[in-house]
Write a protein that binds this ligand. Structure first.
Ligand SMILES: [Fe+2]
Length: 192
């Protein structure tokens, strides 16, 4: 494991979210954490796209440098596992939580992770009480209540206030995005 990779990742994220003060302050608290032993998790089909999908964005390469430390941290929202929004969704959706209450970097009040979608996958409109930021690592379509669909790419910052409906759709290529959650982070997202 690259011992400096975590700090480089946090620095890289902080540089992209300047002006979002509460998230920036939360990121600072993650700097002093040391990783716990990752819990074992099942290999998810969507992992076939990682880390190739994030390799063109520096943040993706920094996250990949964390390597085995996060290798077993892939998860799927239990609400979606219980009731998948479409056929094939669970083969093309998953997230890797790096920091959070149950993640290798134990953080009680901020989540930091990676969302991954396979190609041609719609992650339909959903909502959650946590405030959220997405940093896409490549091109994709993003929908937000009140704004409609927009093409977003590497370097963009997408902000979702608490309970704001939003959706994401990949194109021919898979889609990866770093996410941050703050506020009411205990409650999982629900499809609208
Ligand atoms: Fe979200």
């Amino acid at each position: 494991m690259d011992e400096m990779a975590w700090l480089r990742l946090l620095d890289g994220i902080a540089a992209r979210i300047l002006g979002l003060g509460d998230f920036s302050a939360g990121l600072m608290t993650l700097r002093s954490l040391t990783p716990a032993t990752p819990r074992g998790g099942a290999w998810l089909p969507v992992q076939r796209h990682w880390p190739a999908v994030g390799a063109e964005d520096e943040l993706g390469r920094q996250l990949a440098a964390l390597g085995e430390m996060l290798g077993e941290g892939w998860r799927q929202n239990p609400n979606y596992r219980a009731k998948p929004p479409s056929a094939g969704f669970l083969d093309n959706y998953g997230y890797l939580e790096c920091a959070g209450p149950e993640a290798p970097y134990r953080s009680p009040d901020l989540r930091l992770g990676l969302l991954l979608l396979g190609p041609n996958t719609l992650y339909p409109t959903h909502h959650h009480p946590a405030e959220e930021i997405y940093l896409p690592l490549g091109l994709g379509r993003w929908w937000k209540d009140g704004e409609g669909w927009r093409q977003r790419g590497s370097g963009d910052v997408i902000h979702h206030p608490p309970m704001c409906g939003h959706a994401t759709e990949s194109g021919e290529a898979p889609l990866a995005a770093i996410y941050l959650w703050r506020g009411e982070i205990a409650k999982a997202a629900e499809i609208d």
